[in-house]
Every structure is written in C-alpha cells, then in structure tokens.
Design a protein around this ligand. Structure first.
Ligand SMILES: [Zn+2]
Length: 186
C-alpha cells in the first residue's frame, strides 16, 4: 500500500500581491515519479490522493528563509488528517535546504518543498524531505575520511543542495521501521 499524500500548492504573496506559482499538479506528479524511483530501493512508495491549490500565503520575502518557521506557518493552515501534507512553494532566496520537515513526523507528517525548475531536482528535494518524515536525519560527511566521504557523497540525506539519491541499507531499514511507514504502509 502506498503512503497517501495530500498536496497543497501554496502561492506566496507579499502585501497582497500574489506571485505566480511555478508548481502545478502536473509538475507535482512528475516530481513524485522521481520520488518513487528513489524510494523504490527501500520498497516504499507514495501516492497523491489530493492536489489542491491553497490560498496565497502573504509573507515578506525576508521572512521566508527561516525554514522551521515557514513549515510551522504552512502546517498550521490544515489540521492533521489521514494523509501526509506536502506544501509545494516557489523557490526561496537564501534557503540552502530543499524544504523542511518535522523529523520522524513529530508532531505531524508535514513538509514543504521548494521549486527547483526541473523534475529531477524537485523530486530529489521532495524525496529528501520524506526521508526526514521517515525518521532519517542528515548524514555528516567527514572529508578527512576518504572512504566514508566517497560512500556518502551521493547520499539522499546529505545536507543542503545535492543531486545524490543513494540510500544505505541502514537508512532503508530506518525508514521502513519508522512510525510513518508503520502507520500508512509503504
Ligand atoms: Zn534535510
């Protein structure tokens, strides 16, 4: 059984002026294909149950780069229900993370994901955020340790912007044993 996602495409606005939204339900679907390719290694899959365009979020550009705060604001707009809530937003200046998530879905399974302009980059960032919801933290690369660095450089859970989508067997087991997967299947 695939884990159900409820997509909220959320346009930004500033002082009432709505900004054109880059995401659409179609680009969300294409990015989700990338997500599912990445997570198929762990035999975990996701399905879009609903895709809605939300009312614009009026927020100054300078306030958007606090990822935890933005996640709190977005997730407070909808009560938790029987699906994972994914908020898709335009690119945010000065935000090095691809989005933000509640680690291990605590207090609720919700993430936001920035727009990167192509299906692979969008899907990779999204897959990374889902990793956090399934209990995975960032991997720290020790560049002094060449073997470790080589093994982890292309990992999905490296911090910041990366193109890696590898998962270690420990990460796959961690995700499969997470409370999100236990609750929804996967
Ligand atoms: Zn992260």
């Amino acid at each position: 059984m695939a884990i159900p996602l409820r997509i909220y495409i959320t346009p930004f606005a500033e002082r009432g002026a709505r900004e054109p939204e880059k995401w659409s339900c179609d680009t969300a679907k294409k990015a989700l294909n990338v997500v599912n390719t990445i997570w198929s290694k762990a035999k975990i899959s996701f399905v879009i149950n609903d895709c809605l365009t939300d009312k614009p979020l009026d927020m100054a550009k300078s306030a958007r780069n606090n990822d935890q705060r933005l996640l709190d604001v977005l997730s407070s707009r909808h009560n938790p229900d029987n699906a994972v809530h994914i908020y898709l937003v335009n690119s945010i200046e000065n935000l090095s993370a691809g989005g933000s998530s509640y680690l291990n879905s605590d207090p609720e399974p919700a993430s936001f994901v920035q727009w990167y302009g192509d299906d692979f980059a969008n899907g990779r960032a999204w897959a990374h955020e889902l990793g956090h919801l399934m209990s995975l933290d960032h991997v720290e690369i020790d560049y002094a340790d060449e073997r470790q660095a080589a093994a982890l450089r292309n990992n999905l859970m490296t911090k910041g912007l990366s193109v890696g989508s590898d998962l270690t067997s420990k990460q796959m087991d961690g995700a499969k044993g997470s409370k999100l997967v236990k609750r929804f299947g996967g």
